[in-house]
Design a protein around this ligand. Sequence first.
Ligand code: ZN
Length: 324
Amino acid sequence: MSLLKKADILKYCELIEPVPAKDEDLLLAHTPEYLALVKKTREIGGWLNIDTPVTAGADDAQKLITGSALQAIELLHEKKSKIAHTFGGFHHASKDNGEGFCIYNDVAVAGRALTERHGLKRVMILDSDAHQGNGTMDIFLNDPRVLFVSIHQDPRTIYPGKGFVWETGEGEGEGYTVNIPMPPFSGNAQYAQAFDTIIEPLARAFKPEFFIRNGGSDPFFGDELTMLGLDLDGLAMVSRRTRDLALQTSGNLLDMTVSGYGEWVEYGWLAQFCGCEALDTDYKAFSPKQPRRSPPSTEETLTRATASMLDSLQRELRKTWNIF
Ligand SMILES: [Zn+2]
């Protein structure tokens, strides 16, 4: 918030007080048994997983964040705004499991609210967090109403170890889960390749009625938990292309921004915010000087490895999508 103030960006925003999600909201994406487990864990003080404690603060905060996603979709659905931002993206929580710092999957609760409460038939979720959105994928695996596209660091090299090209959904949902595993150290040019080859053609063919982006700062090359190569301009570019695509297809965008680890997180958020809102703010003027990005592979090698992965992915998607 202080960085948004410093960059004089709050003048473009209306701030809305979040209201916590209720059990009936959380049940859109989670089982009653799981909610009971979280309650019990909070009472006695404990952990759902090695990295996921259920403190009162974490539980309350994630309920607020999930509530804010629901407020955002109402606002966009009523066309009171075209773009809304929340501080969410807890994509590792599945219907009956919490992990990766995630207790409630706000992305999935929002997606389900759109299909169950508003009767939408085509919702697109683009997950550009460096980690694959395994919880969101599991929740929508069989659901052709939600096209889930995750672009992330190659799962052989990072948690949660899921999101290979051949994971494309199940049953009626076959072809509606799309995983783009980027070679480690992929940067701006390789992300642009993935947008050109997969993300944009898919969105245009699917014609979503609603667009959700699960973003975050962790694909930044200086992030401390990941090994990707976007710089601040790359984060802004991904957000700008997401914005343009969302507004051209569904006409709306719910953007979530929570992830990122290390000293660069908020500068990544600022770059993404500016991209998403198409602001010409000089976001780099508010951050420390970026270190030089020096991937161990050449740009050419990265581009070739990305093209080869995108080829394999297109082969998988041809079973469902005649555009490839
Ligand atoms: Zn992440």
